[in-house]
Design a protein around this ligand. Sequence first.
Ligand code: GTP
Ligand code: MG
Length: 251
Amino acid sequence: MAGKHLDYSNIDFAKVTANMEELEELDDFVGAEDISLSDIEKILSMKDQVKDFQILMMKYECALSEVRTKLDVLNKELSLRNNRNPFESIKMRIKTPVSIYKKLMGKNVEFTLDNINENLSDIAGIRVICSFIDDIYMLADCLANQDDIKVLQRKDYIETPKDSGYRSLHLIIEVPIFLTQEKEFMKVEVQFRTIAMDFWASLEHQMKYKKNIINQDVISDDLKFSADLINQLDLRMQQIREKIDASEDMS
Ligand code: GTP
Ligand code: MG
């Protein structure tokens, strides 16, 4: 039976790179020589791979949509049960072709479609911003336990923060997408953080990628100190919420 084929004609590089800017921190800057989007297109067209690249990016976009829907479903159910939203907001992004190129160059790996799939696990990135730390673990567990999801990696930078002070829970998962002819598992990086951790990470990211910062060591120490304060605040807000929940249960 001939399957109905998807129309790829309207998938273009502009779409693939849409709304990337604010989520640049998910992209690695490896210092490869400057390369533009049109350079990337040229490399790909030389290899006759433009369409295949677009299809691959489309698959990652579909994987993001699948994970987004799963999180929305959990949010709907849990907000009815608990009278609060387990997450405040979600940001999603597909890594830009330029950033993919640079990351592969940084790993000394040639820019091919197979290498993208084999070497990079953060082409599709989703960031879930929660109010409370316990909601992070609850949501991550609910997602990880779904029977069509495979967890490839779990890094708990809340329990063990990075030296910088960075805190977040990271999962690399594989999610199936259903195409006309096949089912394919795609990797998605899911980062869970509190609002406060996200606020911290954005400021710290600004410092990391700005050149010639005066007093960088002092600022780094300040950021580390602030990261600990933020953690105390997050824990405290959670305790207050638990007290409010407990008094509601009694009334
Ligand atoms: P990458 O090659 O950067 O993906 O490193 P990795 O594979 O070791 O993954 P890791 O879990 O350490 O980091 C993945 C992502 O988490 C980064 O791309 C950033 O978005 C975020 N991240 C990790 N560490 C920091 C940090 O110290 N500061 C900030 N602002 N973000 C961080
Ligand atoms: Mg990464």
